[in-house]
Ligand binder design. Structure first.
Ligand code: SF4
Ligand code: SF4
Ligand code: SF4
Length: 314
């Protein structure tokens, strides 16, 4: 069983002092949820779990442990973020031990909650099914009907980089060919696209949960917090909100693994990945580059060649 194997590996790494800590997942007090767990002793390793709610991109937490040797449980998207971060020299080559888990795609608890009438008090997974129970209902749901959109379109579910792989590699094929929202977005005229973007960003309360959830947002001072120079006002005016969303999306270009953590973190349910995934597709088409696939090639917007087209510079 994957969970048992993760615990076994964690115990071995900690007892041999090969790492200072392991980052993985543990149970949470609410059903359909997990929480990141930071394990420092073999005894604590028995709290590590694995299920369809281990959706957080754990690479986000690595920035807090830059002086430690860290073992980390990674899905395909976490591993790709780590490769992208390694290209940005965020870690020393021997600092990390990746415990790779081929990902079964993660379940969207908001969709599950919508499918039942009442509060879910208990939830269990059994193979391809979820059993959810409340005060006066019991329901069996098919896992596949409740997956996150980012997971439905995910191709690289088996970590491309791992020191050990727990479980058999999974097929490299998406459940859906294109993110339906991107297809819909691409069909719109420039004016309609802007209206859609304006409407989505207008609901933003600037809590920055999307930034905190993203492994690629690690600047010690984000441009939104800088007062010298001051790039953006602190309020909720449309221009400030739009500026934040545009710059955030562009900062992710060629760096985003498509994990969907930003969108899941948003308390306002603002759709964020239609922009980052659209940019991912454009980068793939224009530069034949996908984030976190190749550990040697920097993202296209972080490098240049002397023969690059430059007629736009006047
Ligand atoms: S994006 Fe891919 S690897 Fe990441 S959780 Fe979803 S299916 Fe798994
Ligand atoms: S921008 Fe969103 S989808 Fe992309 S890496 Fe960051 S959290 Fe994941
Ligand atoms: S998480 Fe949502 S509300 Fe908060 S800053 Fe990001 S987009 Fe805005």
């Amino acid at each position: 069983m994957i969970q048992e194997k993760i615990r076994e590996i964690a115990k071995e790494l900690l007892s041999k002092k090969a790492v200072d800590l392991i980052i993985g997942f543990s149970e949470w007090t609410l059903p359909l949820r997990t929480t990141p767990l930071f394990v420092r002793t073999s005894k604590e390793a028995d709290r590590l779990i694995w299920n369809s709610f281990c959706e957080n991109n754990l690479a986000t937490y690595l920035h807090k442990f830059s002086h430690f040797k860290v073992g980390i449980v990674v899905k395909g998207c976490d591993a790709r973020s780590i490769t992208a971060l390694s290209l940005e020299k965020r870690f020393k080559p021997d600092q990390l031990f990746l415990i790779g888990v081929p990902c079964q795609r993660m379940v969207d608890r908001k969709r599950v909650k919508k499918a039942v009438a009442g509060e879910i008090l208990r939830a269990h997974e059994q193979g391809d099914y979820l059993l959810v129970e409340g005060e006066d209902f019991k329901k069996i749901l098919k896992r596949e009907d409740f997956l996150y959109p980012s997971c439905q379109g995910c191709i690289h579910r088996t970590p491309l980089k791992a020191d050990v792989l727990v479980g058999d590699p999974v097929e490299e094929s998406p459940l859906i060919e294109t993110h339906p929202e991107i297809e819909e977005f691409e069909k719109k005229s420039p004016e309609e696209r802007w209206n859609f973007f304006e409407k989505e960003s207008s609901r933003c309360i600037r809590c920055y949960a999307c930034r905190e959830a993203c492994p690629m947002c690690y600047c010690s001072e984000c441009f939104v917090d800088s007062s010298n120079p001051k790039w953006i006002e602190k309020g909720l005016s449309p221009s400030d909100l739009e500026f934040y969303h545009i710059v955030r999306a562009y900062h992710q270009t060629g760096r985003c693994s498509g994990c969907g953590a930003c969108e899941r973190a948003c308390p306002m349910d603002i759709r964020l990945t239609y922009l980052t995934q659209k940019l991912n597709l454009d980068v793939k088409e224009l530069f034949h580059f996908e984030t976190g696939i190749d550990a040697e090639t920097p993202p296209p917007l972080s490098t240049y060649e002397t023969e690059d087209r430059q007629e736009f510079i006047k």
